[in-house]
Design a protein around this ligand. Sequence first.
Ligand SMILES: O=P(O)(O)OC[C@H]1O[C@](O)(CO)[C@@H](O)[C@@H]1O
Length: 234
Amino acid sequence: MQTIPLVNPDVRKCSELLPVMADPNCLCEGPAYEMFRGLSNNENDKDWLLSHQIRYDITRIPGRIICGEWIKTKGHYHQHAPDSYAYTEIYEVLEGEALYLLQKQDLSDIILVRAHAGDLVLIPPGYGHVTINPSKETLLMANLVSSAFTSEYMPFEEMQGAAYYLFADGKISRNPRYPDTIPHLREVTCHGKSLPLPFPQQTLYSCIGDEKCLDFLNKPGSYIEEYKKLYLFT
Ligand SMILES: O=P(O)(O)OC[C@H]1O[C@](O)(CO)[C@@H](O)[C@@H]1O
């Protein structure tokens, strides 16, 4: 794949992360991470993505510790698609290392997926997600998502972040605003560079043009049984 020039990012400011940090009063200034949204390599791919209501984004998260925590995305849920299941999303680590914290909206399941360059990580319907860069190196990751989706930040802001905080000294602590009955954070096995069918089995950019491979993004309700099998193993 030709390298896509990364220009004109949406910048998430560090101050915007304060409402989701363990210590919301800590000092955090300047840019936190950059989001390059709606990318494509050429007009053909651009048209295909537009006509299939899909967006390809790249996010660059520097290696940084913020208020004692590894740098992380703000965190959001996805709203429901017309089939009444929440939109899904798929990530690919391009460079560096990532931890994806996924929490089901009813809090019945909270999981952590560790991923390295080339690995694919799918966000099943109904799971909010936060990406953490647990290293001093820059994390570069791509995602494909329905362009009809919007991010719902409020649930994370109201609870001051996800159910668990990951600190740079290795400590993981439950966010005290969540009930103490929530499940423990279970680390699940990453599927690597290929997910079980019908999900992508190749680098995300090369899925552009393959209708079948990306159908799950706009029709989450059609794959419920397949999502259930994804993160069974710890
Ligand atoms: O919106 P947040 O929580 O800051 O997370 C940013 C991520 O979400 C996306 O908007 C897609 O879910 C990506 O562009 C980006 O990686």
